[in-house]
Ligand binder design. Structure first.
Ligand code: PEP
Ligand code: MN
Length: 332
């Protein structure tokens, strides 16, 4: 249940009422808001006289629910808006990992040339083997920051675990929480306290309910800037890396008030399928796309098979504009 307290309620009183209700206490602008389990259907007696409005839900998709707020949230990323109701699709692209200054600068130049506003690149990589490239760490974050300075691009980079979360929050314009980190409550809570946008990826073994509840951890921490990213789930199929759950995307678009973006690169796992899948995602009408691009995918230190080269990305980008105009969406 979400409870809007009356404007006359003082901060001290709101704190007291939150304790009585066993609720999370938030501020939405000037308004004191209490959030409790969706199982609660009635406010406690002590709250009478202090409540403006209550909102009831069938499950714990509450702050992020379309029944709470019908308007899609807008998340400011660099000089652009992701989400909202203007029918825009934001491109976020770049290599899987930041590998060297020359490599990330080549990617940054491509984004600048095409007018893409956000550069992705992982510095703390959540690899499945300890022997694989783990990322450049802080050095990588500094290179990303340099690209922001030099090319005016917003920087999207992921947090792997709690050891470096403060550094990622400090350097990034958008904090990416990867599929494997979706259940890390230390990360989710830290992202809730931060005010930077959070790009939350769906765990590949997570139900949609678990996914939206992970988003609720961030929203209920007070961070309104959450973007959901579908990146493929694990099914019985082994010919592709994962299975892109477009039904899930339709659900998220309908039932949540959060911007939804799609990552066909990790879902497919092979570059040959990425352009067609991306076009399908654009036609479906999503708020953003996350695509892996590398100056020379053959030598990429992570996710080599799925990254597009610059030529492939240029062609894809061009075709997306055409699809956008056919379905009434603008690529930003
Ligand atoms: C990535 O974006 O490079 C990444 C590791 O993605 P995911 O968390 O979806 O596997
Ligand atoms: Mn990757």
């Amino acid at each position: 249940m979400i409870i809007h307290l009356r404007p006359s309620v003082t901060p001290e009183k709101a704190t007291e009422l939150a304790q009585i209700s066993n609720a999370i206490h938030l501020l939405e602008g000037e308004r004191h808001v209490l959030v409790t389990s969706s199982k609660d259907k009635q406010v406690k007696d002590e709250l009478y006289g202090h409540v403006d409005q209550t909102f009831l839900f069938d499950n714990d998709l509450q702050l992020g629910s379309a029944t709470y707020r019908s308007a899609k949230r807008e998340v400011q990323i660099g000089d652009r808006i992701l989400g909202g109701n203007k029918q825009t699709t934001m491109m976020i692209a770049g290599p899987c990992s930041v590998e060297s200054e020359a490599q990330i600068e080549s990617s940054a130049q491509l984004m600048k040339e095409l007018g893409v506003g956000a550069l992705r690149g992982g510095c703390f990589k959540p690899r499945t083997s300890p022997y694989s490239f783990q990322g450049l760490g802080l050095e990588g974050l500094k290179l990303m920051a340099k690209m922001r300075e030099k090319y005016g691009l917003a920087i999207v980079t992921e947090v792997r675990d709690a050891t470096h979360i403060d550094a990622v929050i400090e350097y990034a314009d958008v904090v990416q929480v990867g599929a494997k980190a979706m259940y890390d409550h230390g990360i989710l809570r830290a992202c809730g306290k931060a005010r930077k946008p959070v790009l939350l990826k769906r765990g590949f073994g997570s139900s949609l309910q678990e996914f939206v509840q992970a988003a609720e951890f961030i929203l209920s921490g007070g961070n309104e800037n959450v973007v959901l990213c579908e990146r493929g789930i694990r099914t019985f199929e082994t010919q592709t890396r994962f299975t892109l759950d477009l039904c899930g995307v339709a659900f998220l678009k309908e039932k949540t008030n959060l911007p939804v973006i799609l990552d066909p690169s990790h879902a497919m796992g092979y570059a040959y399928g990425v352009p067609d899948l991306t076009r399908a995602c654009m036609a479906m009408g999503v708020d953003g796309l996350l695509i892996e691009v590398h100056p020379n995918p053959k030598v990429a230190k992570s996710d080599a098979a799925q990254q597009l080269n610059h030529e492939e990305f240029r062609n894809l980008y061009d075709s997306l504009r055409k699809i956008g105009s056919a379905v009434g969406r603008t690529l930003v």
